[in-house]
Ligand binder design. Structure first.
Ligand SMILES: NC(=O)c1ccc[n+]([C@@H]2O[C@H](COP(=O)([O-])OP(=O)(O)OC[C@H]3O[C@@H](n4cnc5c(N)ncnc54)[C@H](OP(=O)(O)O)[C@@H]3O)[C@@H](O)[C@H]2O)c1
Length: 320
């Protein structure tokens, strides 16, 4: 089968397309014929190789060559302890090696794909949509009528966050650049702030919660646009090939200690329950995957380079 292999650190040369044997599966896994995947910061950091990525994957050379988290495809083979899925089922979720024609996935990391959506629309969702869902529901605990501010509304996580916040009945103010204003408005945002023309931290409305996806501003500047008991959910920070989002996370943690607003840091968890929630939202049309660009497996280097520019409009999908 064709698969992307990480051969070293650095973009774009750290990945290659190779011919590999079809991977074996363990008893609790299914083998998926992958039809689509997508790009998330996790792959970009793995290949770019900042310090924290090398600590987990080898200082001088990557120990784990497989890449790709999100996946959608058809189950080919099931392990003997797999209870719910059978060959032929169309699924979506995550694997550790989905940038390939065949990928092993734990049964608890995939659910059935709704027939209403394409493989690409399904593969766009797992990490980005579950990050938005868990950030809004579990961390910000958003309730109907609350005012939610979303900074970084036009990328992978942001386009899901705007729609999920609206599905929860929130009043959404979304921050993005000029070329994405209409897109973000079309996703349901009640107000869109163009950060190239207006400083959102100087607006007069006060919000109950903020999802900071872009990490473009220091925490101390948010206070003006937040209610006293507001929650700030820190999702990410600027892409930085040397230190990743760590400087922004550290500065926010320090600033948060001195404030009444609470700051939540979190890493999304891929659970079958939340994949099923997203399957329902996608099937009903309340949430749509916004796909910016599609790249074949042969063009993964270009996909990573484009993603690394930091201005994707929705998701960058890998078609397999
Ligand atoms: N905590 C978790 O579990 C988790 C999971 C996934 C991702 N993340 C983090 O979330 C962040 C975003 O991930 P993603 O997949 O959504 O990335 P993405 O698809 O690359 O989105 C980046 C978006 O950021 C926007 N942006 C850039 N500069 C901005 C600014 N100054 N103000 C407002 N928006 C700005 C861009 O919009 P414009 O083109 O309009 O500038 C672009 O749409 C990353 O830091 C990532 O590490 C965290």
């Amino acid at each position: 089968m064709k698969a992307i292999v990480q051969t070293g650190y650095g973009l774009p040369d750290g990945v290659e397309l190779r011919e590999l044997p079809t991977p074996p599966i363990e008893d609790h896994q299914v083998l998926v014929r992958v039809r689509a995947s997508s790009v998330n910061p996790v792959e970009w950091y793995r290949v770019a190789g900042p310090v924290f990525a090398r600590v987990s994957n080898g200082v001088f050379a990557p120990k784990k060559p497989a890449l790709g988290a999100d996946l959608a495809g058809r189950v080919e083979v099931v392990g003997k302890n797999v209870a719910e899925l059978k060959p032929g089922d169309e699924v979506f979720g995550t694997s550790g090696a989905s940038w390939a024609e065949y990928a092993p996935a734990r049964e608890v990391r995939v659910v059935r794909k709704p027939p209403e959506i394409s493989f690409e629309e399904a593969a766009a969702a797992p990490i980005a949509a579950l990050t938005a869902l868990q950030g809004l529901r579990d961390r910000a605990r958003v309730e109907p009528g609350q005012k939610v501010l979303i900074n970084g509304a036009s990328g992978g996580v942001g386009t899901y966050a705007v729609q999920i916040a609206k599905a929860f009945g929130a009043d959404v103010t979304a921050v993005c650049s000029t070329r994405n204003v209409e897109l973000v408005r079309s996703l349901g945002a009640d107000r869109v702030v163009d950060y190239t023309r207006e400083d959102f931290t100087r607006r007069s409305e006060r919000h109950d919660a903020m999802l900071d996806i872009a990490g473009s501003r220091p925490m101390r500047q948010f206070a003006r646009v937040l209610k006293r008991d507001a929650t700030v959910v820190l999702v990410g920070g600027p892409m930085n090939a040397r230190l990743g989002p760590l400087p922004h996370l550290a500065a926010t943690r320090a600033a948060a200690a001195a404030r009444s607003q609470s700051v939540e840091f979190f890493l999304a968890k891929i659970t079958p329950e939340d994949l099923a929630v997203m399957a329902g939202l996608l099937a009903s049309g309340k949430v749509k995957s916004v796909i910016d660009r599609r790249y074949e497996l042969t063009r993964v280097r270009e996909a990573l380079s484009y993603f690394g520019e930091g201005h994707a409009r929705g998701k960058v999908v890998i078609s397999v």
